[in-house]
Design a protein around this ligand. Structure first.
Ligand code: ADP
Ligand code: 5GP
Length: 217
């Protein structure tokens, strides 16, 4: 909700557009959940639309908005910030909620693939921070997908085949984390977010006002 104070005084910091990508099963949904549960971080998830079937653990409107291909086609050009076909399904990021969060100087978290990352970076440039999550081994990646037990065997095989192509995109990203120890990966993500929040270009106006006051003492 936009408070009166926010309307009167623009945000003193530009929001961070933090993008996490990984091959399926490397752990980005788990890490995303951990980041969102840490209320002090005040991160908001960009909830994607998808034509994929809902998994039993997923809730419509929380993990994704599950829509038909017809609905997707109607939204695609006017309402989506980016979109891509991934593992045979369509996924996209609604633009309006992201813009509303950033207008408040707050940060937005994206769990999207490398194709979407490229599109968001083209549109939002310096506001983006991109992190690629790698599995510690291909064996472990398979074990995680099988252990998650949410996808049919042929879906897992397709995702493992696509994983090699996705992993090859690691060089497109600002940061790379090998998600072996979950807690360490989480700590690394928090460190990245905290450091990015302090970058001078994001705080230009706020710091300029502070320094002006400082020097007037
Ligand atoms: P993704 O969103 O990248 O497809 P998930 O977050 O759903 O992956 O993780 C896939 C499975 O691996 C889940 O069952 C999750 O609990 C498990 N997992 C995630 N990170 C780790 C880790 N560091 N060590 C062990 N298991 C993990
Ligand atoms: P899953 O079906 O496992 O939830 O996600 C499959 C892949 O689609 C993951 O790589 C995930 O990051 C990606 N994805 C999810 N939402 C979006 C989106 O809105 N845009 C794009 N480009 N990729 C997405």
């Amino acid at each position: 909700m936009t408070s009166l104070a926010m309307v009167l005084s623009p945000p003193l910091r530009r929001g961070v557009v933090m993008i996490l990508s990984s091959p399926s099963g490397a752990g980005k949904t788990t890490l995303t959940r951990m980041l969102l549960q840490d209320r002090d971080l005040d991160l908001t998830l960009s909830i994607s639309v998808t034509t994929r079937a809902r998994r039993s653990s997923e809730v419509d409107g929380i993990h994704y908005r599950f829509i038909t291909e017809k609905q997707f086609a109607a939204m695609r050009d006017a309402e989506l910030l980016e979109w891509a076909e991934v593992h045979g399904n369509f996924y996209g990021t609604p633009r309006a909620p992201v813009e509303a969060i950033l207008a408040q100087g707050r940060d937005c978290l994206f769990d999207i693939d490398y194709q979407g990352t490229r599109q968001v970076r083209e549109k939002m440039g310096a506001d983006t921070v991109t992190v690629f999550i790698l599995p510690p081994s291909m064996k472990e990646l398979r074990a995680r997908l099988e252990c998650r037990a949410e996808d049919a065997a042929e879906v897992i095989e397709r995702r493992l085949q696509n994983a090699r192509k996705e992993i090859a995109r690691w060089k497109d990203y600002d940061y790379v984390i090998v998600n072996d120890d979950l807690q360490r990966s989480f700590d690394d993500l928090i460190a990245i977010l905290r450091a990015e929040r302090q970058r001078r270009p994001r705080r230009e106006r706020g710091i300029a006002e502070f320094v002006e006051k400082l020097l007037s003492e």
